[in-house]
Design a binder for this molecule. Structure first.
Ligand code: PMT
Length: 422
């Protein structure tokens, strides 16, 4: 366990105790800043081993330097992981024992971020997190709540008991081992003329988190992505597309090779009937756009007679979530549907009615209690299948993706079992 310098370092002492109680052998590395918060003696007493603090300490290098520590560990947990530590690890800096250990480690790496909520939401921190995820690091938390700085929000280190439970629940057998998963993610762009397009608010975070989670579960992953600013997981095959038509073509050309299809993309339901060759000029007070329905990728995948994969759709709804999700599940003949509330950002009516977000127009009241769905780091899902449902509560999209992936694996196995015993 590597402890970096945040107030949550005091919680890591409890974490060492809990991990040892579960039978783990724990060796602790501390940064100099971490030692400002908690004494190495505390960790020494709790772990039963000397604490490692120096990169260039002759004694420690001989006994258990960063390379031997990296070779020794079955897992590396960085808790708390400060914004600075995350930045260093994501950029491959190695100027202290912790960051050098991270670089040298070939075992699974887990980070439990802890920082002020504004620091957590800063785009650069989120970019660093995405980078670490694409390098195969698992991010645990952070949790939401009151912070030591007096603010409230996401950024608290997850509770030691939750981190411990998470580590101890890591599946020994990867639940998607040997399977191929095709995932669509992000928005589509439907061009109107050479400079304008119709799109939606999808950032791709949910789909990319699913790709990472599927890789971690042992699957081979193909990710068909609309235009986003995220880095794709290094081990996934990425196919970048722009329009709904291109996404349809990419998915249909690959789907037969895959065991599971997850449609997390926010595909435009309508696209312009024609694309102007030149920029549309501003002349009349009003113009009318003619839009035509796009091909439904999800329905086409689920309707395949041969090589139909286990098909999971998403439903993004501003109202009557359960009603519309169940309708999509049945009408599109899906195996599962993951429904989420969207559109909780308050938009003024002229924008939603007359603007470019034409494929997600709604003039009914929006649910505003929790923020999830489009372009948020968190989300909650209500998952339905023909014989049941499960609620996955609001949490970080990476954690949510892991929960959804294990539910998909469970349901797929159940379906295969039912087919074999029918
Ligand atoms: O990308 P993020 O910012 O992280 O946001 C995540 C998300 C909100 C986009 C994601 O969680 C989500 O809900 N994705 C589906 C969005 C959507 O378009 O939902 P829908 O209810 O309009 O469509 C239902 C399903 O049909 C979806 O699986 C969609 O991929 C699929 N579809 C829709 C239209 C179409 N032409 N082809 C499709 O395959």
């Amino acid at each position: 366990m590597a402890v970096s310098g945040g107030i949550a370092a005091y919680k890591s002492a409890e974490l060492v105790r809990l991990l040892r109680k579960q039978g783990a052998t724990v060796r602790v590395v501390m940064t100099h800043s971490a030692m400002q918060f908690v004494s190495p003696l505390t960790f020494q007493a709790l772990s039963g081993h000397p604490v490692h603090t120096e990169l260039l300490d002759t004694d420690q290098e001989n006994a258990m330097g960063h390379i031997s520590l990296a070779r020794w560990a079955d897992a590396l947990l960085i808790a708390p992981a400060t914004a600075n530590t995350l930045a260093k690890c994501s950029h491959g800096l190695a100027d202290d024992l912790l960051s050098t250990l991270y670089l040298a480690a070939s075992c699974p790496v887990y980070v439990a971020p802890a920082m002020n909520q504004a620091m957590w939401h800063k785009p650069v921190t989120q970019e660093n997190i995405q980078k670490l995820l694409s390098h195969g690091v698992t991010v645990i938390g952070p949790a939401q709540g009151d912070q030591a700085c007096g603010e409230t929000g996401f950024g608290r280190m997850s509770e030691p008991v939750d981190i411990c439970r998470y580590l101890m629940n890591q599946p020994v057998v990867q639940c998607l081992s040997g399977l191929k998963v095709l995932i669509s993610a992000g928005p589509t762009r439907e061009p109107l003329d050479p400079v304008r397009y119709i799109t939606n608010r999808s950032s791709g975070k949910m789909g990319y988190a699913l790709a990472n989670a599927a890789l971690k579960a042992g699957a081979k992953v193909t990710l068909v992505s609309g235009p986003v600013t995220l880095s794709a997981p290094v081990n996934a095959d990425l196919i970048s597309v722009e329009t709904a038509e291109q996404m349809h073509a990419a998915v249909m050309s690959k789907v037969a090779e895959h065991d599971i299809y997850i449609g997390a993309a926010a595909v435009a339901d309508y696209s312009p009937a024609s694309i102007e060759n030149q920029k549309i000029k501003k002349q009349s007070e009003q113009i009318t756009l003619t839009l035509v329905k796009t091909k439904d990728i999800l329905a086409d995948v689920a309707g395949l007679d041969n090589h139909r994969p286990f098909t999971v759709g998403f439903a993004a709804e501003t109202h009557d979530l359960e009603h519309y999700a169940l309708d999509k599940l049945r009408r599109k003949n899906l195996d599962m549907i993951a429904a989420n509330w969207v559109g909780q950002v308050s938009l003024n009516p002229p924008f939603t009615k007359g603007g470019m977000q034409l494929d997600k127009v709604s003039d009914t009241p929006r649910r505003t209690s929790e923020k999830g769905g489009f372009d948020s780091d968190q989300n909650a899902l209500q998952v339905y299948w023909n014989t049941g449902s499960k609620n996955l509560a609001m949490t970080d999209k990476n954690q949510l993706a892991e929960l959804l992936i294990s539910l998909i694996a469970e349901r797929r196995e159940q379906k295969t079992h039912e087919k074999n015993t029918a």
